[in-house]
Design a binder for this molecule. Structure first.
Ligand code: HEC
Ligand code: HEC
Length: 252
């Protein structure tokens, strides 16, 4: 947890003075909101809002932001423990951005062509995805859980990531190489880190915790242990897999 997280939770619980309905929804507001969105949000959510590194916003109902007030809060404070950042815009700008985000849900998103049922088979068998990823109650933990992944990432991003995992490697789950002052070397996947210690999963799958004081040297590689699927899966298997994951919205 980050030090400011309790403060943030406190803020989120406060009624603040947020109106129920967006007070800035004129055509001029939406136009201004669009400009703000292109500058601050499109890099993750895509210029059409249909998702990328960030969630698909071009849907009729946003899972975390069905009300204007919750949308405002998400844009203001972000989603804790995810890559969705908070934003330091002023109140008018926040509402204008929210007004533009609402218009995204009215355009059709790029269609997903794959067959999700086949994709589920690929996921469980040929793709070996469960070796490293949990989905629901099954699966491994060398990689992040993919429960609800379709609500967090857009289809195009999922496809790029599965084809070529090195395309985007987040700081969590990076491969870390460290040497302790006692001369022991350890290589593994970073699971967690706090001020005093770091937790790794070594490459045999055993959890390890090391005190930072004991570390002589540590490098974190922007490298992933996830194998590329390009070449291993056919194009149609890949499309099916993407359709399956894009529809995986988690328990809600
Ligand atoms: C660094 C990438 C990044 C940027 C920049 C970013 N977002 Fe996000 N956003 C995300 C991710 C990732 C999620 C999914 C978080 C989760 O639920 O796991 C998300 C989630 C959301 C959601 C919730 C979607 C839902 O289904 O309920 C909204 C709304 C949103 N973002 C709006 C915005 C707006 C507006 C901006 C610009 C002011 C913005 N985001 C900037 C990455 C980003
Ligand atoms: C050898 C272990 C391993 C296997 C097998 C594996 N992955 Fe991964 N995967 C990881 C790791 C580790 C990460 C996190 C680091 C990164 O992003 O590269 C990851 C990240 C991901 C992400 C990004 C998650 C996010 O939050 O954005 C997706 C999507 C994904 N994997 C899908 C798959 C699919 C689909 C398969 C099967 C075709 C698969 N993985 C097979 C280890 C694996």
């Amino acid at each position: 947890m980050l030090w400011w997280a309790p403060f943030l939770l406190f803020q989120l619980q406060q009624p603040l003075d947020i109106p129920d309905k967006n007070p800035h929804t004129t055509a001029a507001d939406i136009e201004q909101g669009k400009r703000l969105f292109m500058g601050r949000c499109a890099s993750c959510h895509g210029p059409a809002g249909d998702g990328g590194k960030g969630a698909n916003l071009a849907v009729p109902k946003l899972s975390r932001a069905s009300e204007d007030r919750s949308l405002y809060r998400i844009i203001r404070f972000g989603v804790p423990d995810t890559e969705m950042p908070g934003s330091l815009m002023d109140t008018n700008e926040l509402w204008q951005t929210a007004a533009f985000v609402r218009t995204l849900g009215r355009v059709a998103a790029s269609p997903i062509t794959g067959n999700a049922a086949n994709g589920q088979q690929v996921f469980k068998t040929k793709g070996n995805c469960l070796n490293c990823h949990a989905l629901g109650t099954e699966g491994g933990r060398m990689g992040p859980s993919l429960s609800g992944i379709g609500a967090r990432r857009g289809a195009a991003h999922l496809k790029a990531k599965i084809e070529n995992p090195a395309s985007d490697v987040p700081p969590n789950f990076r491969l870390v190489q460290l040497t302790t002052k006692a001369g022991k070397s350890l290589r593994g996947i970073r699971l967690n880190e706090d001020t005093f210690s770091i937790q790794l999963l070594d490459l045999s799958g055993n959890p390890q915790s090391v005190w930072k004081d004991d570390i002589a040297q540590m490098t974190s590689e922007k490298k992933t242990t996830m194998p590329p699927s390009k070449g291993r899966l056919t194009d149609s298997e890949l499309n099916d897999l993407v359709a399956f994951l894009a529809a995986e919205k988690g328990a809600q």
